[in-house]
Design a protein around this ligand. Sequence first.
Ligand code: MSP
Length: 633
Amino acid sequence: MKYFFVSTPIYYVNARPHLGHAYSTIVADSVARFHKLAGDTVFFLTGTDEHGDKIVQAAQKAGVDVQHYVDEVSQSFQNLWPHLEIENDAFIRTTMEHHKACVQYFLQKVYESGDIYFAEYEGLYCYGCERFYTEKELVDGKCPDHNEKPVLLKEKNYFFRMTKYLDALRRHIEEHPEFIQPERYRNEVLAMLREDLGDLCISRPKSRLTWGIELPFDRDFVTYVWFDALINYISALGYPEDERFRKFWTGAHHIVAKDILKPHAIFWPTMLLAAGLPLYKGLRVHGYWTVGETKMSKSLGNVVDPLAVAQRFGVGAFRYFLLAEMSFGQDASFTEEALVQRFNADLANDLGNLFSRTLAMTHKYCGGQVPECGELDEFDREVLHVGHTALANFQTQFQHFHFSRALASLWELVRHLNKYIDKSAPWALFKAGETNRLSTVLYVALEGMRKIALHLWPIMPSLAEAMLAQLGWKWNLAAVDLEGETSSWFGLQPGSAVASSSNLFPRQDVRREGPPSVPGGEQEKALVDIEDFARLELRVGTVVEARPHPQADRLLLVRIDDGGAVPRQVVAGIADSWQPSDLVGRQVAFVANLKPRKLRGQISQGMILAVKSASGLALLSPTHPVPPGSVVS
Ligand code: MSP
């Protein structure tokens, strides 16, 4: 039995989860499920990174206590994952006691072995990045990430003797091509190693920052956030004494994007070498999602909310799109048009049609049961050959993180089966009374569909299970023989009942942008098109604060947690019916895309929905709690 460990980056809690976080975590979940399907024992880790300047600044900006802030944002990640069918085995937070103890143990160990020293350092420091920059790294004298001039800082700090391990690391990378992949990132790291990297400053004086883990050998300093964060990968496994660490560490695979290549490819392995620990098995690096051609950013207001997309198109379709669209390692562009186009072509047309027509024919011609498979002819054998090859390719590509190629291979089988049905024409066989041939054709097709559904399970778990149920196949993960699927074609039991229809992928439309159509006669004025309604963005959020408007008796200032990093303020004319204290904690529906405007000097970002009646104003709330920011549809 093989032990397989997969991790995502632990995400900073200064932003709510967005498309980028969702992608890495969905990839990790799919990989974890693929390995489960292959019979491995799997441990899948994700979590949040909660120390450092950035987090303190974000909490201050939101006007809340840091601990409260990190608890809340970390929870928003934990709440989101199940909605995206992400089943992690553990969720690590760097503020957890066992993580802190593990970081201190690690530091003490490296300190005692002589690889941590104290020295004065003067350099250009970027607060945003929480690190010193060399002149060479700056662009026009500014930090390339934050576009701000770094500050000249002189202070005494602790340094990790990283340089001592760089040669060993370079040799390891050269001798183990699979250590860092895709190749372009392996080359990038080898190029970095040719530069003068220097040692790594791993402390921050408490006079400047207290939100961190104290150095065990000098309580006046806290640990540099990256040194603290990287250790999550082993603290979560219970390093040093836990059995899980012993079992899983040697099968460790880290998934990250290109932005954090250096800490994972250089800091982390040299830290492991200094602590006398084996290196992880593989670092898998992906590119960035842009929105259209534009970088996704809070200031541009184009951050994609993964929950909203999953709710609109279905979580399975969303996960499929992400894996099929991005060629792992390269950047990809996210647009609703691209998603709809791929959805309609691959899922509604190719896969959806295959399911709906084959199941309908099985009902019409075979009483709704999987038929017996008769003798195979040349045509059928071709299907088996195409199928086995496609599935073997899928498995190899998936194992190597080539998800888009893996899915393209699987779709060769989907399309081949559609053609096979067209050519075999079961309707004509039925008419001609060729029952044996008809049964064989439908069996071959149904079994191919079972294989497709099974291989799609890592990508769209609940949809795949629904497809398997429609085929009358009892889903049992432990009984799956993934390798065997590439050489035999007889998994379905003749006689099992199949569903009479399938409509898992109804066609989608792109939401129309731009102004609503110009109304014509009186009647058209009264009625609106569905597209007009769709222009309104209605959401549900949780009231986190409410207080009287300082200049207007009938207005309240209501702050609503809408899933964004900072709650939005809405000025609501509900003071006649509602006490501020009765609102806090309540979920309310509101118009989210109303143009912000000032009401008696206070900015209002939206409008709360309410019903006026004789007994006062009733607020619209969901029947059960929903994640803040959920879309009303
Ligand atoms: N806390 C550090 C990681 C520490 S790991 C020991 C951090 N956090 S982060 O919140 O900034 O997350 C960065 C990661 O989020 C990226 O490496 C990637 O996994 C994901 N993404 C964030 N934006 C992204 C895109 N636009 N596109 C794809 N993924 C991106 O860095």
